[in-house]
Write a protein that binds this ligand. Structure first.
Ligand SMILES: [Zn+2]
Ligand SMILES: [Zn+2]
Ligand SMILES: [Zn+2]
Length: 775
């Protein structure tokens, strides 16, 4: 007796070796039927004796290839047909290509073995790949994912490659980027004018230049990197100068796990993460006295390490015997990374000495991802290559929505059914190149995900590029979403929870519903709405965006707020070193409320403390003062914390910073060291937030608490606060799949928009505030 079943499988099941896997599963059991790619995933018909068919059905999801991500399986009975063997049928192209595209995958062990096997026909071939590894997202032009719709379409396969591609038993069956020396992409080594230096072996030439300390622009998977030898301080310094990147840390690619262990403290979890197929940059505590040049990450506790992830990286390390290479984004400070060869020569020529390029086009730019582990879970800092476009699964189905994110660390988000697709890291939308990238990402992702949004969600800030873009879109419903509400909604969404929560939303900058700059917010929120239950007391931001680049201005602002103008008489080093003229100018600005908007920012509070205790007066990259303050606090075991007052004002709670600054000044007078003061500041902040949460729980009877916003990239605050809240019996929800910072904002915007009333179209009024475009 025979049965026949149809099995529809949805998810990431194309381009990941799923069909050959099913073919083997069927033929090993002598079952008949067929499999084909469908717009939604794959469709399987399977026929044979009932017990063997049952076995097939139950094993199908269990033993699926590592890269497959199954979201739905639907099984139904069919009448039997006469077929005896199992076939792979050609792809359908349908009206709705909802099959998911896989993220790019690091080169697999099998391919690596072949890469270094002198007998293999792909020996040392820099573009070796198979169904288990290689580029995906970055080479897609359209869906369904098939070679003619990728940037491999210009490389007709040779007979040998085609035979592999067509053989269901082969590891390269339907591996779309399949290629070899004979038929595939090739490397070239170019001089600074972009002239190919054909007489040279590209790898050998690149290695020689790196060894002599020169700067290379290397075309990778999702864009160009600048590469220099990480143990050569002069080379690193030259890269800093030319890139005009003063202190922001560089990521370091290390030869292997063992080498990584020499530079940083690495446990089993960190090893697993470094070695994962996503190959993210992992932030790890550095060990003392390593060979890595100090200028790679000045004043940093952590180093960002990653392992080679393309065959080309492995070839460079093998040929050059490097221990570590700085591999940093191939861009000018805040612009997007270069992806095109000629564009790279034009834009990166002032920085790189030579170019290592290839002729496989990168269609979608995708930066390296940055992650770390804390409080036992993975934390995304920058979710990009390796993770995108895998969806975040939601607790319920949403309409098709486009959320355009914020201004800094921008990502966009598209929703379809119960899936949310966050884009790769787009970056800071403050120059025309980034804005182009943003527009491009919207078009491209909508196309390959086949999503036509009915609703567009945007930030309330009227001057954000993303808001302005949204407001020009016709024929869709627009929903403005408050920044800190979006943070909390993002945290709820990835934890798949519903209902009301207490939301701790702490960051640098977000436009408030009162037109002020919010940033230290405690909300009672659900997806549809929020109430501002508490916030940090407002302080002036003297000079607007300048105050963000110059933390000493915030210290003046808080001192003046606490002590009045008398603070100029305080006998503490900060005041003694202060230039009178500058200080008085700022005091006048604040008194006359000229270019001094009010802010409840938590980020600015960290800035003020860092400046006041002499850690940092001016910053060269975002959050630098807060990062250095945290590092300082870590070298102290102090358990005391400074007082912050919680008081009732205008029907909500406010956190009053005057007692804090009073206590810090007292400690400075007593010459208490910076480490102790920073630790007391951290401890006091955590204690205050915990007390506030308890107060709000009493008032609202809500025990669920969501923690979100860029401030929680500070692990000293994050880990201690979560521990304390849990010890008080709170149910605490944190970010793991998407960043706590503004990279996760678009997810929250989408959820809020989905829950807004259908006739509600919010268009923000332009308020009289200055543009505040740094976080
Ligand atoms: Zn492979
Ligand atoms: Zn070939
Ligand atoms: Zn934010």
């Amino acid at each position: 007796m025979q049965v026949r079943k149809e099995i529809q499988v949805a998810g990431i099941v194309q381009g990941v070796g799923f069909r050959p896997y099913v073919y083997r599963l069927a033929t090993d059991r002598n079952l008949g039927g067929n499999i084909s790619n469908t717009p939604a995933g794959v469709n399987i018909e399977i026929q044979g004796p009932p017990d063997r068919v049952e076995d097939f059905v139950s094993r199908l999801p269990e033993e699926a290839p590592a890269l497959a991500q199954i979201t739905h399986v639907l099984v139904r009975e069919l009448p039997c047909k006469p077929d005896r063997c199992f076939e792979i049928l050609p792809s359908h192209t349908g009206e709705h290509a909802s099959a998911l595209i896989s993220p790019d995958v690091a080169v697999c062990e099998d391919c690596l073995r072949e890469l270094f096997d002198p007998q293999d026909r792909r020996h040392l071939y820099p573009f070796i790949n198979c169904t288990n590894c290689g580029p995906r997202f970055t080479i897609v032009r359209d869906v369904p994912y098939d070679r003619p719709r990728t940037s491999m379409s210009t490389f007709p396969m040779c007979d040998k490659c085609r035979a592999e591609y067509e053989d269901p038993r082969n590891r390269r069956f339907h591996a779309q980027p399949n290629a070899c020396w004979e038929c595939g992409p090739q490397l070239e080594f170019w001089d600074i004018q972009g002239r190919p230096m054909k007489a040279l072996d590209p790898i050998e030439a690149a290695v020689k230049r790196l060894r002599s300390g020169e700067i290379l622009a290397v075309k990778g998977l999702g864009g160009f990197h600048f590469a220099v030898d990480a143990v050569n301080p002069d080379a690193v310094e030259r890269l800093r100068q030319r890139k005009r990147r003063v202190e922001k840390p560089f990521a370091v690619m290390v030869r292997d796990l063992e080498t990584a262990g020499r530079f940083c403290e690495i446990d089993a979890e960190a090893q697993r993460l470094l070695n994962s197929r996503q190959r993210p940059i992992v932030l790890l505590p550095r060990t003392n006295g390593t060979a890595i040049a100090e200028t790679v990450a000045p004043h940093q506790r952590d180093l960002g390490l990653f392992l080679p992830y393309t065959p080309l990286h492995h070839l460079l390390f093998a040929a050059g015997k490097f221990t570590a290479l700085v591999m940093t984004s191939g861009n000018l400070s805040e612009e997007p990374i270069a992806i095109d060869n000629r564009e790279a020569v034009d834009r990166l020529g002032g920085i790189a000495d030579f170019f290592l390029v290839h002729d496989r086009e990168i269609l979608l730019r995708c930066d390296d991802s940055v992650v770390r582990r804390s409080a036992g879970r993975l934390r995304q800092i920058r979710r990009s290559r390796g993770y995108v476009p895998a969806p975040v699964r939601l607790h319920k189905e949403l309409p098709q929505i486009l959320a355009v994110g914020g201004e800094l660390k921008n990502t966009i988000c598209l929703t379809r059914r119960n899936l949310a697709f966050l884009s790769q890291h787009i970056g800071d939308l403050e120059n025309i190149e980034s804005f182009d990238f943003f527009c491009n990402a919207v078009t491209y992702l909508s196309r390959i995900l086949e999503i036509e949004p009915e609703v567009i969600a945007h930030d309330l800030h009227p001057d954000y590029f993303s808001t302005k873009w949204a407001l020009t879109q016709k024929g869709v419903r627009l929903v403005g979403v408050q920044h800190h509400h979006a943070h909390i909604a993002a945290c709820m969404a990835e934890n798949r929870i519903d209902g009301r929560v207490i939301g701790l939303s702490l960051d640098g900058t977000g436009y408030g519903t009162d037109g002020q700059i919010w940033g230290g917010e405690v909300l009672i929120a659900d997806y549809a709405s929020f109430e501002r239950a508490a916030h940090f007391a407002y302080a002036a931001l003297p000079g607007g965006a300048t105050a963000i680049r110059e933390p000493w201005r915030m210290a003046v602002s808080y001192l003046a707020q606490t002590f009045g103008e008398d603070f100029l008489g305080l006998d503490i080093p900060f005041v003694q070193k202060l230039e009178r003229g500058k200080a008085e100018l700022i005091l006048r600005m604040m008194a006359q409320r000229v270019n001094s908007p009010l802010t409840s920012s938590c980020g600015r509070l960290f800035d003020a403390v860092a400046a006041l205790i002499g850690i940092r007066q001016e910053v060269s990259y975002e959050a630098q003062a807060a990062i250095e303050l945290e590092m300082s606090a870590r070298s102290s075991n102090e358990t005391d914390g400074y007082p912050l007052a919680i008081r009732r004002e205008d029907a909500r709670w406010q956190i009053d910073t005057a007692p804090l600054f009073g206590a810090i000044v007292e400690d400075l007078r007593r010459k208490v060291c910076a480490e102790t003061i920073s630790r007391r500041f951290h401890n006091g902040l955590v204690e205050t937030l915990m007390r506030l949460a308890c107060l709000l729980r009493q008032e609202s009877m809500i025990n669920r608490i969501c923690v979100s916003g860029g401030t929680f990239n500070n692990l000293l605050v994050f880990e201690h606060l979560v521990r304390k809240l849990e010890s008080q019996g709170f149910e605490v929800f944190t970010h793991s799949e998407v960043p706590a910072g503004d990279g996760g904002l678009s997810l929250g915007q989408a959820l809020v928009a989905a829950h807004s009333a259908p006739n509600e179209t919010h268009i923000p009024q332009h308020q009289e505030i200055m543009r505040c475009d740094l976080d």
